[in-house]
Design a protein around this ligand. Structure first.
Ligand SMILES: NC(=O)C1=CN([C@@H]2O[C@H](COP(=O)(O)OP(=O)(O)OC[C@H]3O[C@@H](n4cnc5c(N)ncnc54)[C@H](O)[C@@H]3O)[C@@H](O)[C@H]2O)C=CC1
Ligand SMILES: O=C(O)C1=N[C@H](C(=O)O)C[C@H](O)C1
Length: 267
């Protein structure tokens, strides 16, 4: 493995970006190549109040950051619109994207997958970097073989842009892979108030809660005859995501395709 992985962070001032800068600063094998931000072009990260004392330039133009900094990895923690744009640009400039941003459409995921394959460059898109959340999703996939009736309740802080969460969508996709095609509930059900039954992926209902005080939480509730099974994960602090970010930035160096989900990188 390369002993110095140079990382560009897009979204350094965000809740996840700040946590990622602290993690990069602590790891001797990582160095911060640059940040992509919406302001302070040309300034140093260390010049900005509230950011760690790191000697790396800030770029508002992502192409300049990718061209000028000899980076290995672009870590994106921004918004769906910019996460997609940054991912595409990184692949075009031969820099490996590690994307935590959620809210992509299937077409966008397919396009990034296609581009990574065409260029032969590794990329990671992980809707959830917390190892506990990855286990929650894997346990849910397993449970769905035995309990095909399931609903997902995801709860997040009230500043989140996308709903449902990337984790909830990924969980539903994994369950879809595991269970036989299945119709839940009964035909006569009617919503007398629109939205009462939540969003729907392949007949699975997804309920999204947004409140101050929450960080990132999910319950996957399975129902069977005379029993229910609940698989639950809570991120109480954004530190919970950092071991997954670290693992992704290391492992992406050895990939030549895009992987979607941290489970592909865990032993
Ligand atoms: N995969 C995972 O484990 C996790 C993923 N997320 C996802 O990561 C993303 C960021 O989450 P938070 O940090 O909570 O959001 P946030 O809103 O705190 O931070 C986003 C940052 O991106 C910046 N930004 C927006 N457009 C930009 C652009 N064009 N260039 C550079 N910076 C730009 C904003 O100024 C803001 O500082 C979201 O999509 C969220 O769903 C969040 C937590 C965990
Ligand atoms: O926005 C968040 O906070 C989170 N987003 C990701 C998601 O949409 O699943 C991961 C985690 O749940 C936190």
């Amino acid at each position: 493995m390369k002993d110095n992985i140079r990382i560009i962070v897009a979204g350094p001032r965000g809740k996840m970006g700040m946590e990622a800068l602290k993690m990069i600063d602590k790891q001797s094998k990582f160095s911060l190549a640059a940040c992509i931000d919406r302001k302070n072009d040309g300034q140093k990260v260390s010049d900005i109040d509230g950011l760690p004392d790191l000697d790396a330039p800030i770029y508002t133009n992502p192409e300049n950051a990718l061209m000028e900094t000899e980076a290995d990895v672009l870590l994106d923690l921004t918004t769906p619109e910019y996460g997609y744009k940054h991912g595409k640009l990184a692949l075009e400039y031969g820099v490996r994207p590690v994307i935590g941003t959620t809210g992509f459409s299937q077409d966008q995921l397919d396009e990034l997958t296609r581009l990574a394959e065409e260029k032969g460059i590794g990329a990671v898109i992980a809707p959830n970097f917390a190892v506990g959340a990855v286990l929650m999703m894997q346990f849910s996939k397993w449970a769905a073989k035995h309990f095909p009736d399931v609903e997902i309740i995801e709860k997040h802080h009230d500043q989140k842009l996308d709903a449902p969460s990337g984790t909830a969508v990924k969980t539903a996709q994994l369950i879809q892979e595991a269970r036989e095609p299945h119709h839940q509930g009964h035909e006569e059900e009617e919503e007398t108030l629109k939205g009462a039954r939540g969003a729907d992926i392949d007949g699975m209902k997804i309920h999204s809660m947004r409140l101050p005080g929450l960080i990132a939480h999910q319950e996957v509730v399975f129902g069977g005859l005379g029993q229910t099974l609940t698989i639950k994960h809570d991120s109480h602090h954004r530190e919970s995501f950092m071991s997954g970010v670290k693992l992704s930035a290391e492992k992406v160096m050895d990939l030549d395709v895009l992987v979607y989900g941290l489970e592909h990188l865990l032993d």
